[in-house]
Each structure stands twice: as C-alpha cells, then as structure tokens.
Design a protein around this ligand. Structure first.
Ligand code: 5RP
Length: 219
C-alpha cells in the first residue's frame, strides 16, 4: 500500500471514534483530509465540527458539514488529527502543515486526542522531523538563538504565514527525549506562540496505518 492509501485507511477507521450527537474536533493535513471525506458519509449523525485550520474548514463546508468556532464550544469528546511524528507514549510533533496553534487549541477542548497516521510517523524518540514553532516576527532571531543553545538549528519556513498571521521556524537537530519538559521550557520564551511538541496534549490513542491493517496504540 502507498503512504496515501495508509492515510486513507486510518482516515476511514477514525469514523468509529466520532461520538454520535456530539461535535467532533478536526485537525489538519493530508491524513485528516481523508478523515473529512469519510466524515461526510455520516454527517447526519453529528451536529458539526470544530476545525483547526482554514483549509479544513473549507473542506468540511464543501461537504456540507457545519463548522463551529472553537470559542463557541466548551468541550469536545474527541479531536482527530494527524502528526509528523508520534512516539510510543503518544507524544507528538505537529505543525508540518503550519496549523499547530489552532490544532493545540482544539486539542485542548477535547477529552481525547486520537492521532491518525501512517506507520512511518511512529518513532522511538521525537526530533528527526524538524520541530515547527510559530513565533511573533520580532522575536525570531532571539528564539533561533535559544534553539542554538539547545543544540538545534532554526530556519524560517519560507513563503509560509500561519492562519494567525505569524511566521514559523523549523528546528533541526533536537533530540526530544523528554517532550513535556522541552515543551514547557520553550513555552516560556517570549515571542513563542506555539511549539509543535504535543506533550501536555499528547494523544490518548493512535490509529496507525500499516500494511497489515490498522494498528491501535493506546497510551
Ligand atoms: C498540520 C499537522 C499535520 O497533522 C501533520 O503535518 C501531518 O500531516 P499529514 O497528515 O499530511 O502527514 O500537524 O499542522
């Protein structure tokens, strides 16, 4: 199976996680796009979605799925999203699609974050994928220097501005063996809007697309 077929497999499998009669939190990316397309087939069973990006909002609306603002909602039973890397404890790197801030906001509303990913995303230690960090423009050089002190090399993602109007850094060379601690540290740095480590908001479970079918990891 191709990587895209594995993404489609878990996108469809995630339908079972949608709680009938409740809003569903929807992430961003190519795996989630498969989920959204599958979601359209059961759209009469739930009132709508809370979206984590303009791109997902547009796709949901194209399918006729109502989209609610995060600030209209107090809680969600479940948030379904992909990841750039996920480890065996459910910690993840996210933000490859530049949607990390809204993704973390919607994940924060949810009782459970169910990650959907093809098997290439499962790693022992986070950090081979460059860590995305959304930053206020005037803080870019100082935040980059702070990453250098941690052993990382930060570069500005060219031609990309987030849905919130900010630039992104991609940081290579970090070994993230304590994701929650590193997330907490980076969150303290002035100018950091969101770091793409999902430590405090790690996944509750991951539906992993493998050649043998969907493997469910529960954390
Ligand atoms: C977007 C994300 C995505 O979940 C992540 O990049 C995975 O994307 P894909 O499903 O296309 O592999 O964090 O900001």
């Amino acid at each position: 199976m191709t990587q895209d077929e594995l993404k489609a497999l878990v996108g469809r499998a995630a339908l079972e996680q949608v709680v009938a009669g409740h809003l569903v939190g929807v992430g961003t990316g190519s795996t989630v796009n498969h989920f959204i397309d599958a979601l359209a087939t059961i759209k009469d069973r739930f009132p709508g979605a809370v979206s984590s990006s303009l791109a997902s909002t547009e796709r949901l609306r194209r399918h006729g799925i109502p989209v609610f603002e995060a600030n209209e909602v107090e809680s969600l039973p479940v948030y379904i999203d992909g990841a750039d890397e996920i480890d065996h404890r459910g910690y993840a790197i996210k933000g490859g699609g530049a949607a990390l801030t809204r993704e973390k906001i919607v994940a924060d509303l949810a009782e459970r974050f169910i990650c959907i990913a093809d098997e290439s995303k499962l790693v022992d230690v986070l950090g081979r994928y460059p860590l995305p960090v959304e930053v206020i423009t005037m803080a870019l050089p100082q935040v980059a220097r702070r990453f250098k002190a941690l052993g990382g090399t930060a570069i500005v993602r060219q031609g990309v501005v987030t849905d919130n109007g900010h630039p992104l850094l991609d940081v290579r060379g970090l070994v993230i063996d304590d994701p929650a601690a590193m997330e907490a540290e980076i969150n303290q740095w002035p100018g950091v809007v969101t770091v793409g480590i999902f430590g405090r908001h790690r996944a509750s479970a991951c539906l992993l697309g493998t050649a043998a079918g969907v493997r469910t990891l529960v954390f």
